[in-house]
Design a binder for this molecule. Structure first.
Ligand code: HEM
Length: 392
């Protein structure tokens, strides 16, 4: 990932030389490269500590050196028996996820699209181009016990079947800076939004593209709707209800990262193109909660994880061509207001009767580390577990 900084826009304070892991460390030799990511999940910190110490003993015994360890935990919220996750800016997160064909089916009317081909997320299956994604392979002689199936190339075995690729990023969030920015710019809220807290919430929602409670933004709606016990809907498209972005601005985070039916030249093609640039997101927060700022010397943010079968066409495309691209719709000099790098950037808010501009956007998110990983399927894990180290 560090080698792709120019594609991902990881510059300035987000440049790999400042990363906690995954970047070049001044003066250190190449073996500092990360070779392995171990993700440990547990229900409590006590259990996690025990599992971690066990794994550390095993790693030491195998000569594996630990480069970095990051603890993270979901900011959970329970409402009416349903569990939601929040991120540190205060939005409900993990709401919109692609539904995979043949695996899960959302109840009718809960999603904006039909399920997506499994090969967009899992290697060895057909993707949205009706092809199998390219898959890593090993020389056939390394698999004398026949644990892996044949690869496309003669003389090789397929290591990819039922595996996938993971883009992992440590994204530090400037929660105080974000809040101060909302405070400074709250007067942008339209007439009718009187209360200061509501003005800030309105602006915050416009930057992201959903209300903090997860409800989609609609034109002429100045306050977050009360969702009651309903989960936030994902069954919305833009063209019919909100072509001009009067509800969800064209350059907001949500509309940039998933433009749904709103790309040129028409909704049908837009949906088709969009299906080729989806990711499965699995974010977990790190650092203390909001309101505990004095206890946050090590910062807080998101361990962002995107799973996809093609890092270039899916994760990198979203980051480079949708989030960081200055041309979006009829706008020419804006980037993702929440998650892109900014030095005094701007964002257009289409509002009736006259649009407003958010000025002097600053970077609210700084990249602190990251890497690309291959997540093997069960067969590949078996193969790797039995692989003999090369003779010295
Ligand atoms: C700290 C940085 C980030 C924050 C705080 C953030 C926050 C959010 C929130 C609150 C949502 C709406 C809830 C949802 O639909 O799940 C969302 C949606 C989304 N974000 Fe981010 N995000 C961040 C970085 C990124 C990055 C780096 C990417 C990809 C490169 C990304 C891709 C997406 C996508 C694809 C959606 C779903 C849009 C949809 O389908 O409607 N986000 N994000």
């Amino acid at each position: 990932m560090a080698g792709r900084a120019h594609v991902l826009g990881d510059t300035g304070p987000s440049a790999p030389e400042h990363w906690d892991f995954g970047g070049p460390r001044p003066g250190s030799p190449p073996p500092e490269d990360m070779h392995l990511l171990l993700m440990l999940y547990a229900r409590s910190e006590d259990v996690l500590r025990t599992v971690l110490s066990h794994q550390r003993q095993r790693m030491a015994a195998q000569g594996i050196r630990e480069l970095y360890c990051q603890q993270a935990a979901h900011l959970r919220e329970e409402k009416d028996g349903q569990i939601f996750f929040r991120e540190h800016f205060g939005f409900r997160d993990s709401l919109s996820q692609p539904v995979i064909r043949g695996f899960m089916r959302p109840p009718p009317g809960e999603d904006y699209d039909t399920p997506i081909a499994a090969g967009e997320f899992i290697l060895g299956h057909e993707n949205e181009y009706e092809e199998k994604p390219s898959s890593p392979s090993v020389p056939a002689h390394q698999d004398p016990h026949g644990r892996l199936g044949p690869a496309e190339k003669p003389g090789r075995k397929d290591l990819g079947l039922n595996g996938t690729y993971l883009a992992l990023r440590k994204l530090e969030q400037d929660v105080e800076g974000f809040d101060a920015f909302l405070e400074k710019n709250k007067a942008l809220a339209p007439l009718g939004v009187e209360d200061d807290a509501k003005k800030k919430e309105w602006l915050k929602a416009k930057l992201l593209g959903r209300w903090p409670n997860g409800a989609p933004l609609k034109p002429d709606q100045h306050e977050a709707p009360d969702l009651g016990s309903q989960p936030p809907s994902n069954a919305f498209r833009f063209v019919q209800e909100d072509a001009g972005g009067l509800g969800c601005p064209v350059t907001s985070h949500v509309r940039r990262t998933n433009p749904r039916d709103s790309l040129a030249p028409n909704p049908e093609l837009s949906m088709k193109m969009n299906r080729r640039h989806r990711i499965l997101r699995r974010a977990v927060a790190y650092g203390p909660h909001m309101g505990e700022s004095d206890k946050a010397p090590s910062g807080r943010g998101l361990i962002f994880m995107a799973l996809n079968a093609n890092l270039g066409r899916q994760f990198e495309f979203i980051q480079q061509s949708w989030m960081n691209q200055e041309k979006a719709g009829r706008l020419y000099s804006e980037r993702d207001p929440v998650a892109s790098n900014h030095e005094g950037g701007m964002m257009t808010l289409p509002i009736k009767p006259l649009r407003r501009c958010v000025m002097d956007l600053q970077s609210f998110v700084t990249v602190k580390g990251g890497g690309y990983f291959f997540l093997p399927g069960v067969k590949a894990l078996e193969f790797l577990a039995h692989l003999k180290p090369p003779a010295a």
